[in-house]
Design a protein around this ligand. Sequence first.
Ligand SMILES: Nc1ncnc2c1ncn2[C@@H]1O[C@H](COP(=O)(O)OP(=O)(O)OP(=O)(O)O)[C@@H](O)[C@H]1O
Ligand SMILES: [Mg+2]
Length: 292
Amino acid sequence: MDGGWREIEKGAILTAGEAAERAPRIFGIPTGVEGLDDLFYITRIEDGRPVKVPLGGIPSRAVINITGVPDTGKSLIAEQFTVKQAALGYPVAFITVESPASFVTQGLMQRAAAMGINWEDIEDNIVLIDAASNTRLREDVDVLLDTLAYVIRNYDTKSVVIDSITGLFESREMLARNIVRRIFNFLKKWGQTGIFISQKRSNQEEESAEAAGGYAVAHIVDGTIVLHKRLITRPWEEEAFGVPIGDVLRTIRIDGMRLCGHDTRTHVMEITETGLVKVGPPLSEVIRRRRG
Ligand SMILES: Nc1ncnc2c1ncn2[C@@H]1O[C@H](COP(=O)(O)OP(=O)(O)OP(=O)(O)O)[C@@H](O)[C@H]1O
Ligand SMILES: [Mg+2]
């Protein structure tokens, strides 16, 4: 009776107890974005009661998708995260797919200056992989992952930022799930925390799951952060949000996170004059205060 039993993947079978022993302890990875780190928490039982304990960042080893239409602050967040982690002494691999490494570096330097962080202290902790200028890295996932493995091993990086993941399957969207899945699995295997930037084409379907990046990226990653901007055109909006007609209201929302609890509300978001993303109060609170 051994026919048909030869292909058992024993390595893939484990009891929940064995899996639990291997599970890494979850802690917060600071993002460098003011107001964002407080939105993640874990729940502990103390004296028989559940208590929310702030994580102080995104969950360690999570792979998070940040999505939004153009000019919503995705790249700024990617850069702030990179600068913050580098400043904490943790090397970061930054795969740039949209703009060449020299431009990204300028952005990183500006972000560091705005965050009050000395560039000389962090420059060696940021390892850029310039897929924007290299077609093979953009089009061949095997080459990209081999290159990334080399970087992780040689620079001992703890996190990987990809701006943008959507740039890796431009014009071949039926491969999107496969590419995202492979990179996701790779980051898990190497114990990296991941930030994927996803470009969203339109503001449509803001409330649906597809809003979280499209291409079903959201189903693969551990969590999604949705950035949104809304042009204020009506008096009632001006009244409710306190944003003048013709100005833009920016918001941010955590759309699911597998590894920890999180705030589910839509928050006001600001991009400061120095180009730093900051998370403000929940939109509901803003409206209530204005009515109050
Ligand atoms: N000092 C600044 N430096 C950079 N950006 C600033 C600054 N001040 C304000 N901003 C705003 O932040 C925006 C940058 O957003 P960002 O580059 O993060 O967009 P994105 O979501 O990555 O867009 P895309 O999908 O086009 O890459 C600018 O377009 C600008 O409106
Ligand atoms: Mg960008």
